[in-house]
Design a protein around this ligand. Sequence first.
Ligand code: SAH
Ligand code: SF4
Length: 399
Amino acid sequence: MPEPHIRRYFSQPSGFLIVRPSMTDTQASISDPSLTGEPKPIIISRRKRLTGFYDMPFETLQERLVEMGAPSYRAQQMFDWAYGKQVQSYDEMSNVPAELRESIANTLPLQTMKLVRELVTDNGDTYKLLYQTFDGQLVETVLMLYPDRATVCVSCQVGCAVGCAFCATGLGGLTRNLTAGEIVQQTVDATRRAHQLDRQLTNLVMMGMGEPLQNYVETMKFINIIHDPRGLNFGARRITISTSGIIPRIDALAEEPYQVNLAVSLHAPNNELRSQLVPINGRYPVEDLLAACDRFIAKTGRRISFEYALMNGINNSDEIARELGQLLRGRLCHVNVIPFNPVDVLEFERPNPEMIERFASIVRESGIPTTVRYSRGVEIAAACGQLRARHQQMEKAAS
Ligand code: SAH
Ligand code: SF4
């Protein structure tokens, strides 16, 4: 029996219809932004929120240490251990007095998430990590090694409120935002893992679970922390934020001091189709979204990349490829075609390689640089949110 929340689409002469998952009233109020207007951040009560070391910008840590009666230079020592050497316990911070290590460990845990699974695939070039947070949530991170770079794909939310039709993460709505510290931990762990493999972590993409621009405050705090030259020193130009198109936050991002890259998940060149695939298009339609992208490009001088998850019979016809080319013509941009990653409970299909190449070459003919990006780790449930879903199924089966 298929579960009630499983989405299906039916081919119809005029296109297709996506049956939305059934939701309770409370879920609907947080998981369907079109019902609530401006997307509402989920506020986690203080009682439920666990602040750890990785949540601390340098100055805040200094203040904390001074309050505890320690000299402020301990902050730099601790940053060296936590970010330079990526130690996993305060005990390893050997030049910090044991008494201070003990008291800070009691108030500010170094790590707040524990690793529950690690899967390796692609001949050892892809590591998929599954974490459990302090409140039992599951979070996915992927480390991908390429000859010339190593990229980590981090999650920023548990679930997602946007609910795109083809995405495993959005299936159950949004559970909660991750804290900056939880996103920092994913990055520090990937840095350590890369070092262990004699590699250097060079790039970071916010393309895991969640919509970064609906967790804007923690996302910016996260970037501020990993960017700090006294810590990880991760250059903003090596960071890419991917969004389903939250226009006010795209404008806000253009005003930030960090030169991060922006990827916009377009998936369709017109409102009729895009609204079916990316429900938030109802609120932020294609023409407004592209106007926001133009403002971003004008303000930052940075090229935008448009993500396009290619699904057979849905958004891959020659006509749609031409329409996409027309739509984007003249913009400082790039198209990333992502062949659809199968998701267990969804019925979309990936087009065959010839169809994928045909689509990309038609867009390219319009003068838009277009690349096909095959996701890593397909056999280990690479589509975002999938490993979490499988793990939950296994736990259920075992209980
Ligand atoms: N929420 C953000 C970032 C996370 S998703 C966003 O939507 O942009 C990262 C990218 O993976 C997005 O472009 C998303 O549309 C795409 N994606 C999600 N599920 C997919 C699937 N099953 N196959 C291919 N791409 C997928
Ligand atoms: Fe959310 Fe992105 Fe998945 Fe859409 S594709 S449901 S925005 S994580």
